[in-house]
Design a binder for this molecule. Structure first.
Ligand SMILES: *Cc1c(COP(=O)(O)O)cnc(C)c1O
Length: 394
């Protein structure tokens, strides 16, 4: 058995395989930026913003220092702060709610749809019906007295949240919509509409493990609202406009010129890499169905008519922790995204949520497991993952 594991190692992600493909193209670009010594808001940043905006069919792109800062910048540009509340999912990466809290606003959680793991429009509607009241133009949370100002859906794992009903709720109550598209570059909702271009601002991450990864931290905001784009550009440089004159307080949210230069090279490969992820997902879907695992292993739902870019391929697994240990024994990487839903995090104890408040999110945290899905995986590696899981349940 040790022999079997040593034969085919399958890391959760192997970025070296990707670097090998682009090394000859990316190193001269890095050299060129170094030769120019122009490291801040130069030609590559401007070009990347334009190219990503065009790729997503958004009017504007604003390159920023990380996906986290993209969210923070969007919240700041929409004037969200103390006394305000933002509705989001508790089953997501920490930054989604962390940035809301950092503005002084209150994160308000609504449960997820168990099939897609995305914020449930029905849960949001039920929260508003049961706990909120309209006062003039405002929607007030009766429990806290806070103003509900925005929705922040997350396109988790690379699949779009169900935006039509969320946008309808937002319009009805004059809420802003910030899309956490950190895992969703290239993701499409219905009719080819890109995730991150539906609400007021889309927030992307170029963290190395995302589908379009920088050589370090980077991110980008998209918007179709030119006033909002301008507000984000000003806030990105401490709110200085003109330089050294500050009508508003911003921060240093700039993307590096070096990162922009690298990302421009990689953007050209993104669709090819996405197709590789989709091909691997299709392989798993077929192979797991063929293994007849039934309810022991549920493969992810890719909603018909959407484009799922599979930043993660996440299954629901019976005996998840034991399965994960077995995979590790056999040289197969996996990860739990995310083991503790945000309403149960220690830092959010002041929000007064309890275990049981969001059963779908809590169940997902206990049952889900991300399997290797990166585009350079070989068929033998995929087969090894499937055989190991089939053997575990067999
Ligand atoms: C990665 C991620 C972020 C944060 O992006 P960083 O670039 O790591 O700051 C935010 N939200 C979600 C859902 C993410 O996956």
């Amino acid at each position: 058995m040790v022999f079997y594991g040593a034969m085919t190692n399958v890391p959760l992600l192997d970025l070296k395989a990707q670097f090998a493909q682009i090394r000859a193209e990316v190193m001269p670009v890095i050299d060129q930026v170094c030769a120019s010594q122009h490291f801040i808001l130069g030609e590559h940043v401007r070009a990347l913003e334009e190219e990503v905006a065009r790729y997503c069919a958004a009017s504007a792109g604003i390159g920023v220092s990380s996906g986290t800062d993209a969210l923070l910048l969007a919240l700041m540009a929409l004037n969200i702060g103390a006394g305000d509340e933002v509705i989001t999912s508790p089953f997501t990466f920490f930054a989604t709610a962390g940035t809301i809290a950092r503005t002084g606003a209150r994160p308000v959680f609504c449960d997820i749809d168990p099939l897609t793991f995305n914020l449930s429009p029905a849960a949001v509607q039920a929260f508003i019906d049961d706990h909120c009241v309209a006062q003039g133009e405002q929607l007030i949370n009766r429990g806290t007295g806070g103003r509900i100002k925005a929705l922040m859906p997350v396109h988790l794992y690379g699949q779009s949240a169900d935006m039509d009903p969320l946008m309808a709720i937002a319009r009805r109550h004059r809420l802003k919509v910030i899309e956490d598209a950190a895992q969703a570059i290239g993701t499409e909702y219905k009719n080819g509409v890109h995730a991150g271009t539906i609400g007021d601002v889309g927030c992307f991450s170029f963290f190395p493990t995302k589908n379009l990864g920088a050589f370090g931290d980077a991110g980008l905001c998209t918007t179709n609202d030119m006033e909002l784009a301008e507000a984000m550009r000003v806030l990105r440089v401490h709110g200085g406009k003109p330089k050294y004159f500050h009508a508003v307080i911003g921060g240093n949210f700039r993307i590096d010129e070096l990162q922009a230069a690298v990302l421009r090279v990689k953007l050209k490969y993104l669709d090819r890499w996405t197709e590789g992820r989709q091909r691997n997902a299709a392989y798993y879907d077929t192979a797991f169905a063929g293994a007849g695992l039934g309810a022991k292993l549920r493969t992810p739902l890719a909603v018909a008519g959407y484009r799922h870019v599979f930043n993660q391929y996440v299954v629901r697994a019976q005996g998840r922790n034991a399965l994960r240990a077995r995979l590790m024994e056999r040289g197969i990487g996996s990860e739990v995204y995310y083991p503790v839903p945000l309403h149960l995090q220690g830092c959010f104890a002041y929000l007064n949520y309890r275990a049981g408040d969001f059963p779908q999110s809590e169940r997902a945290a206990e049952e889900t497991l991300a399997l290797p899905i990166y585009p350079e995986l070989e068929q033998a590696q995929l087969a090894h993952v499937v055989a190991t899981i089939a053997e575990f349940y067999g």
